[in-house]
Design a protein around this ligand. Structure first.
Ligand code: NAD
Ligand code: WQD
Length: 339
């Protein structure tokens, strides 16, 4: 019988891609999402692409009773936990909401898991937990810190999970620290669909390319980097999702807490991304240099060696794939899932 996986936040950007890959790998997928930042259309498209069914519950993780009802109905082999709020700037304006949704939501989820004896979880952490790293590439044993409430929710959740694994050694926990996820499924059917003005670079560039925004603001060109603009480790969302499938396949052999960086190990600057997108899309990306964005760091890229070793996983898609796939999704769905 196939294993049953609960995917929280499965209607979202990374969750929908991971659900697709889990189905393709032969898992049964149940999704819980409150749709606060997504559309159920993403899951309908995953069903069409895979010709398989996803059981969907529109439930908020802060609702313990509703969550318990789902665990009563299904015996899960493991949980992949994406659900949460993720806008760094917004997290400073409404920190209580971020702490409630991300931390209280996760505590509820883990209490339900404990109660129904499902103690395997893969969690979406972030490279943001490294704060401003002393050097690059970043390894998992670098010191962790946070500079905003969003980052603190990731940091606290990691600590909560470590404490739980100490208290009950049956727990098997994989903390995946993502660098900068971009791209879309090669079908062009699912992708990133940010509400309002995108906070992140890649969706902003693609909205300029499609004519939805006039120009990109490049946040600073006086960083100590080769061209003065910020350098990041962009990773294709399908590579990232593939690492989740591998983590689920290997989790029974991983005791306690395993912490892994998910990146490519390569850094690209903002202007590298602009140039590559112009080449891939054939469109001109208008931009202007503006002040640095508060809280941004100069450069950040991963040493992904540990994930390569532990998961037998490696990012295989390069910058051209990231851009071609983003552009296919954006040009076929100029208004996202509302197109
Ligand atoms: P997303 O917003 O597309 O997906 C998150 C999903 O969770 C959404 O569908 C949203 O509706 C749902 N959700 C939010 N709060 C919920 C709640 N209380 N109950 C039920 N569902 C809820 O974001 P994403 O980019 O797919 O990110 C997934 C995870 O990865 C998040 O935890 C995010 O913090 C983390 N992450 C993302 C990035 C990135 O740049 N995209 C980088 C590092 C880590
Ligand atoms: C990338 C580069 C910007 C937008 C964020 C979160 C991090 C993680 C991933 C969740 C930087 C520059 C951006 C724009 C720009 N998310 N930029 N103009 O800041 O590396 O990481 O998303 O965990 O926690 O902080 O990603 O895509 O916002 O920025 O010049 O309009 O692009 O300064 O150098 P970031 P980003």
């Amino acid at each position: 019988m196939s294993q049953k996986i609960l995917v929280t936040g499965g209607a979202g950007y990374i969750g929908s891609h991971t659900s697709l890959l889990l189905l393709e790998a032969g898992f049964e997928v149940v999704v819980v999402d409150n749709l606060s930042n997504s559309s159920v259309e993403s899951l309908r498209r995953v069903e069409k692409l895979t010709d398989q069914f996803i059981r969907f519950y529109k439930v908020d993780l802060t609702n313990f009773d509703a969550l318990s009802d789902i665990f009563k109905e299904h015996q899960f082999d493991a949980v992949v936990h994406f659900a949460g709020l993720k806008a760094v700037g917004e997290s400073s304006q409404i920190p209580l909401t971020y702490y409630e949704q991300n931390i209280y939501g996760t505590i509820n989820l883990m209490k339900a898991m404990q109660k129904f004896n499902c103690k395997r979880i893969v969690f979406s952490s972030s490279a943001t937990v490294y704060g401003d790293p002393a050097s690059v590439p970043i390894k998992e044993d670098f010191p962790i810190s946070a500079t905003n409430p969003y980052g603190r929710t990731k940091l606290f959740i990691e600590e909560i999970m470590r404490d739980q694994a100490i208290a009950d050694s049956d727990w098997q926990i994989v903390l995946l620290r993502y660098f900068n996820p971009v791209g879309a499924h090669k079908s062009g059917q699912i992708g990133e669909d940010p509400q309002g003005i995108p906070n992140n670079l890649m969706p902003f560039i693609s909205q300029v390319a499609v004519g939805k925004r006039e120009k990109l603001s490049v946040f600073g060109n006086d960083y100590p980097t080769p061209d003065g603009t910020g350098v990041r480790d962009y990773i294709h969302v399908v590579d990232l999702s593939d690492a989740h499938v591998k983590a689920i396949q290997k989790i029974t052999g991983l005791l306690g807490v395993t912490t892994l960086n998910l990146g490519t190990g390569k850094g690209y600057s903002v202007l590298d991304m602009v140039k590559a997108f112009e080449k891939g899309s054939g469109k001109t990306i208008a931009y202007e240099i503006v002040d640095r964005r508060p809280g941004d760091i100069a450069e950040c890229w991963a040493d992904p060696a540990l994930a390569n070793k532990v998961l037998s996983w490696k990012a295989t898609k390069g910058l051209d794939d990231m851009i071609d796939d983003t552009w296919r999704w954006q040009s076929q769905n100029p208004l996202g899932y509302d197109s």
